[in-house]
Design a protein around this ligand. Structure first.
Ligand code: ADP
Ligand code: MG
Ligand code: MG
Ligand code: MG
Length: 390
């Protein structure tokens, strides 16, 4: 093996490593760059004559904050194992993994530079006609395939045990489910929003619903989630979709990933002129319809559980998932507006009045979806309510 104890790579040592591993010819001259725009990790892009690869390395701390925020290297192993599992269920939508090393905290994978990060493209006016169908299939296949409906009880629990991911779940529990509802230091919002934020902190009904959703996140072990499926974790083009960055993967509630995808679509809609929003609304209904169809197909083909054919069970389950997802979607909209990690879709609106209006809408619609999630049972209904409110 090349090196077995951790050291952080440089553009030169990353290039030397991929050569040593035989991914390139000894004689090839390589160009190496660090291209990570994420908050946590290094991403090296290494290019030879005909081929290129990506080397992603975790640092023992969060890159965005620095050494004062230590963070487990274990996340690289989680990401690598999640990518491999996702790749078995959704090979078209997952980057190929060429090599991984737990001690070095690296994953070497397919270079997707011919695609664009969907958040960036959506902000620049791309619509990505297939992104919702692909993402719906990805979520349905990876979640169904790792659930109790596809795996035997022992197999499922053994797999679940290897994805407890405590440190990254801790981040989500704090940043998504807790901090935005209290005057926490991690929060970050424009001073003009203080009245709305203070009224949110004082809204006991909203906090009760946030507490219920947090408990679902803490206690459900439905399936192996991606865990961070926002539009910045999706590479897309007119024809292709690839889902990256599953370092937050863990066994959680079925509705979580689809909620994060749709919340980020709707926040992008808030940043667009009214006559440019329709493609995003279609994505929201498409991802739900495709998820439902694909999950149902897999259930009918594979589910050998005793209750699989019990009338009403699948319909009840899908409705329950829809309602929880509506709540998780609202929470994601709130935390991306006033919590630690914002989205460029909203922060990038240059005009102060327009930006503050979009953020106020994100907060109020988010809170509505959290509180009223039980009254929603279809994506069409959800989109209609959103349109009505904005
Ligand atoms: P982080 O966990 O730090 O957020 P990401 O996995 O999201 O890291 O990657 C950060 C950035 O690096 C991406 O937004 C993208 O620009 C680039 N990147 C990551 N993976 C690939 C890949 N397989 N191919 C090309 N670029 C990539
Ligand atoms: Mg990322
Ligand atoms: Mg990123
Ligand atoms: Mg990440």
């Amino acid at each position: 093996m090349f090196m077995s104890s951790y050291q952080s790579l440089t553009i030169d040592s990353a290039a030397a490593l991929v050569k040593k591993l035989g991914l390139f010819d000894e004689s090839e001259s390589l160009t190496s760059n660090e291209i990570g725009d994420g908050n946590l990790n290094y991403v090296f892009h290494i290019k030879g004559t005909d081929n290129s690869v990506i080397v992603k390395q975790a640092l023992p701390y969060a890159k965005v904050v620095g050494e004062s925020w230590p963070l487990t290297l274990e996340r690289a192993d989680i990401e690598n194992r999640a990518l491999r599992i996702q790749g078995t269920f959704s090979p078209h939508y997952t980057p190929k993994v060429y090599y991984s090393d737990k001690d070095l905290a690296i994953t070497i994978m397919e270079d997707l530079s011919h695609l664009e990060i969907a958040r960036t493209g959506l902000i620049n006016g791309q619509d990505y006609p297939h992104i919702a169908r692909h993402t719906g299939e990805f979520i349905a296949r990876t979640l169904y395939g790792t659930s109790d409906f596809a795996l035997g009880p022992q197999e499922k629990k053994k797999l679940q045990h290897t994805f407890s991911n405590p440190e990254l779940c801790d981040i989500t529990e704090g940043l998504v489910f807790t901090d935005p509802f209290f005057d926490a230091e991690t929060n970050d919002f424009e001073e003009a929003l203080r009245p709305e934020v203070e009224s949110l902190w004082g809204d006991n009904e909203l906090k009760l619903h946030a507490a219920q959703l947090k408990r679902l996140f803490l206690t459900s072990g439905d399936a192996l989630l991606h865990g961070d499926l926002h539009t910045g974790s999706i590479f897309a083009s007119e024809t292709e979709t690839k889902i990256i960055d599953p370092e937050f993967a863990f066994y959680g509630p079925f509705g979580f990933d689809i909620a994060h995808f749709t919340a980020n679509l709707l926040m992008n809609a808030l940043s667009r002129a009214e006559n440019r929003r329709e493609p995003l609304y279609e994505h929201v209904t498409t991802v739900w319809n495709v998820f439902t169809q694909e999950f149902t197909r897999l259930w009918q083909e594979n589910n050998t559980e005793a209750f699989a054919d019990t009338d009403g069970y699948l319909e009840w389950l899908l409705d329950d998932v829809f309602k929880q997802a509506t709540g998780f979607m609202g929470l994601e909209m709130i935390r991306r507006t006033i919590g630690l990690a914002h989205v460029k879709d909203l922060d990038g609106i240059e005009d102060d009045t327009a930006r503050l209006q979009a953020k106020r809408r994100s907060l109020s619609i988010g809170a509505h979806f959290v509180k009223e999630r039980a009254s929603y049972s279809s994506a069409e209904q959800l989109v209609a309510a959103f349109k009505e409110a904005v």
